[in-house]
Design a protein around this ligand. Structure first.
Ligand code: CTP
Length: 418
């Protein structure tokens, strides 16, 4: 990415202070950064501090005498235009095609990829005016990263926080890589939820029930879909990666917290449930560590288990909020295809990727748990395919391509579902 030029437009929100860090992080990745500050942005960060970071390349005024036609020059000289933070007002002005200040004039004149990182109060993000503006911009090919859920500077909680700076930098890299390779981003504008990893169900403050899932397959799927342009939320059980390129990672612990995080991520176009969710949890986890009898006796311990909600089945429920495509996994130790076909029908999902997790699974190479390879039987309403034994990244790539095909013909897909 050395020598590539980012034009960073900073608009006026509290998150503007993070743009200073963004400038540094982009420079560390080898980008040359030029900045445009809106008038409102200058209430949050000064042109002087921005100029100090980006070697004086900062612009604020459309009508500065020395800056005649600077909006054209700036947009031509950039390889990518990033708007971070993108306030509700800036998104609205972009959607309306206004050009009444330097930032909007540059954006209207731009012939380069544009990436926006929205940041605003959750109610402003949820407002139908903002939703319509964002949809309009995405339909015109504007790329988006975030916003993320969390506590806001205004004291409220919800979706509206600017994407983490590292995610924005990754998204810029992905965008430039895609445009350099001529690669398309067929999932741009699509939202995807992926679950991955195990869940831990507490017995007492120090013990829990767990399973052998590493989460690698789900992580690979999240990355593959993000690379194709999807806006991906990865809800990950214990052992979640700190960050993945262009993926919003939501770490959770128990099945109940995984369900809650999935529901918070809705609505989405596609859901892929790759997590190994514990089927049961302890009915009443002990508040204190359970002690052995002090007389050294060998008393056993009985645990009362209650079923956990089935997240895949919940996401697959018919109704207006159902994702267009719901994909599950089936970990089986025998009669893999028969069990997976029944599981697909029982849970109501569209596809199932079944794998043999027995010691003889993976075409004799052993259980795919913690293994780099995976052998998938791809179950759809119309039958099944046996995929070759592949790396988890290759499985992810294959699934991502199937998802692209299905969404492109989604009306056909919906009609074919039972
Ligand atoms: N799954 C889920 N929530 C659960 C259990 C499973 O979302 N509480 C999802 C998994 O993410 C996977 C699919 O359901 O996509 C199948 O998981 P699997 O463990 O194979 O099946 P189970 O439903 O647990 O059924 P069984 O253990 O009886 O095979």
């Amino acid at each position: 990415m050395d020598g590539l030029r980012v034009l960073l437009i900073i608009s006026g929100g509290v998150a503007a202070y993070k743009s200073l860090d963004l400038i540094r992080r982009l420079q560390e990745r080898g980008f040359t950064v030029t900045c445009v500050l809106t008038e409102a942005a200058q209430q949050f960060v000064t042109p002087l501090s921005v100029a100090a970071l980006c070697g004086g390349r900062v612009h604020t005024d459309l009508f500065a005498p020395e800056a005649a036609l600077s909006h054209i020059t700036l947009s031509r000289e950039a390889d990518v235009v990033v708007v971070a933070p993108a306030t509700a007002n800036t998104l609205a002005r972009m959607a309306a095609g206004l050009a009444d200040d330097l930032a909007t004039a540059v954006l209207l004149a731009s012939d380069k990829p544009v990436l926006v990182a929205p940041a605003m109060n959750p109610a402003m993000w949820a407002a139908s005016a903002t939703r319509e503006n964002v949809e309009r911009l995405e339909a015109r090919g504007v790329h988006r990263v975030g916003p993320e859920c969390g506590d806001m500077a205004c004291g409220e909680t919800g979706a509206g926080r600017m994407a983490d700076v590292s995610r924005i930098v990754d998204a810029v890299g992905d965008l430039l890589a895609a445009s350099a390779s001529g690669g398309s981003r067929p999932l741009a504008g699509r939202t995807v939820l992926v679950t991955a990893g195990p869940t831990h169900e507490p017995i007492d403050p120090v013990r829990f029930i767990a399973n052998r899932s590493s989460g690698r397959q789900g992580q690979a799927i999240a990355v593959a879909l993000a690379r194709l342009g999807a806006d991906v939320t990865l809800v990950h059980g214990p052992g979640s990666p700190a960050s993945l390129p262009s993926v919003r990672v939501v770490p959770v612990t128990t099945a109940l917290s995984m369900l809650e995080a999935c529901e918070a991520a809705l609505p989405v176009d596609v859901a892929v449930c790759a997590a190994a969710v514990a089927d049961w949890r302890i009915e009443l986890p002990a508040g204190q560590k359970i002690k052995k009898p002090e007389d050294g006796g060998a008393a056993g311990l009985s645990l009362s288990l209650v079923p956990n909600p089935d997240i895949l089945a919940r996401l697959s429920r018919p109704g207006p909020g159902r994702p267009d495509l719901v994909v599950g996994f089936a970990a089986e130790t025998r009669d893999v295809i028969e069990n997976a076909v029944r599981k697909r029908a029982r849970k109501g999902c569209d596809w199932i990727l079944a794998n043999d997790v027995s010691d003889q699974g993976n075409r004799g190479q052993g259980s795919p748990f913690g293994h780099a390879l995976n052998t998938i039987h791809f179950i759809t309403p119309s039958g099944h395919e046996d995929w070759p034994t592949m790396s988890k990244e290759e499985v992810a790539g294959m699934l991502a391509n199937r998802i692209v095909d299905a969404l492109e013909t989604s009306s056909t897909l919906r009609r074919s579902l039972p």
